[in-house]
Design a protein around this ligand. Sequence first.
Ligand code: NAP
Length: 255
Amino acid sequence: MSNLLHGKTALILGVANKWSLAYAIGRSFAREGANLVITYQGERQKLTVDELAAELSPTARAIQCDVTKPEELAALVDALQPGPLHAVVHSIAFANREDLSRPFSETSRDGFLLALEVSAYSLVAVSKAMAPLMTAGGSIVTLTYLGAVRVIPNYNIMGVAKAALEASVRYLANDLGPANIRVNAISAGPVKTASARGIKDFSKVLDGVAAHAPLRRNTDPAEVADTAVFLASELGRGVTGNVVYVDAGFQIMGL
Ligand code: NAP
């Protein structure tokens, strides 16, 4: 491709390892010439993510940011001063493992609130923190899944969190549109990552998609990443408040 993000600074939150969708997005953004800042949740990932940042580009920076800690979000803003920041990718979710295996009706109050805080509210907190740095306008992209709008076995509370995330995308798009900041979600087909492994019987979901999706295969993380490039670049300048499905077409199927 052709330097679609040349001269743009992009923040990508949620790199845990080389299988993370955030890392795939980092690779596509680096290929298109973006200056990259990537984040990881905690000290445990520091070494791995420092190495991944160096693989992405010699100038990529890796910074710790647990999105549930306002002081870490504030430190991230400081690290990005004076801006401008052009693109933000929010690739973060979490739910307790037991809430992704037992019946949804057994979800605990604490488990519900935790999943919603990390997986949905964090987009609002990140957007509020980063928008003042996006002085030339820009793009905020988050990652969602079909479980927001359909019942997927064992996705449970994460489906409810993704529904809140997708609604947040629409309200943020309306708030930030006057500053020419676009907000969209990519609904990715299932991909084997650390988070996905926490969902009971996840391999059956992969098998179902490969058998029934119009393209008769699963989603390649690079396809998700290239859609994020489109949304972050000038090519996506008319698109905001949307959920873009990158799922080999699976979401159109009835049976
Ligand atoms: P992943 O590699 O495990 O990424 C999830 C990231 O969220 C990890 O880096 C994780 O950090 C981070 N995270 C969790 N709690 C956090 C917190 N409090 N503060 C900061 N970061 C936190 O898995 P992934 O599949 O690439 O997930 C990325 C996004 O894509 C998620 O929103 C997920 O729901 C979405 N998605 C995934 C699929 C799929 O099938 N894989 C499909 C559609 C959408 P730690 O690992 O350190 O906890």
